[in-house]
Design a protein around this ligand. Structure first.
Ligand SMILES: [Fe+2]
Length: 120
């Protein structure tokens, strides 16, 4: 079985034991500890935090997008190879707890999802 697919969404098969490919591509979501309903807060998404992903003309992260658990669109950043790095920040507001979903698209290895539960 291939380590990744260009169809659908790639997700870590065993979150406790990531492969190198999963470490390079799975977006990692950071949120503050003190989130309050209805108040803006910063969400930082990093691709390649666990293992650096290449950032060159032939292989790079093309975009990063953020959704909630019902796939409500929250934001998207389009990145250029070499000069843009897959570390993005969105300021969002939530009315209720959710699980944030970040998607990252690698031009060679397809779409990858990372998740983060947000409770307040
Ligand atoms: Fe890649």
């Amino acid at each position: 079985m291939a380590e990744f697919s260009l169809k659908g969404v790639n997700k870590p098969k065993d979150p406790e034991n990531l492969t190198d490919l999963e470490k390079k591509h799975t977006p990692v979501i950071h949120v503050p500890d003190d989130i309050r309903a209805g108040e803006p807060f910063s969400v930082k998404i990093v691709v390649g935090e666990l293992l650096k992903h290449p950032n060159e003309l032939g292989h790079y992260i093309n975009w990063v997008a953020l959704y909630d658990e019902q796939y409500t669109f929250l934001g998207m950043a389009t990145l250029a190879p070499v000069v843009s790095h897959p570390k993005v920040r969105f300021t969002i507001t939530l009315d209720e707890p959710t699980t944030l979903r970040a998607f990252a698209f690698c031009n060679l290895h397809g779409l990858w999802q990372g998740k983060k539960e947000v409770r307040f």
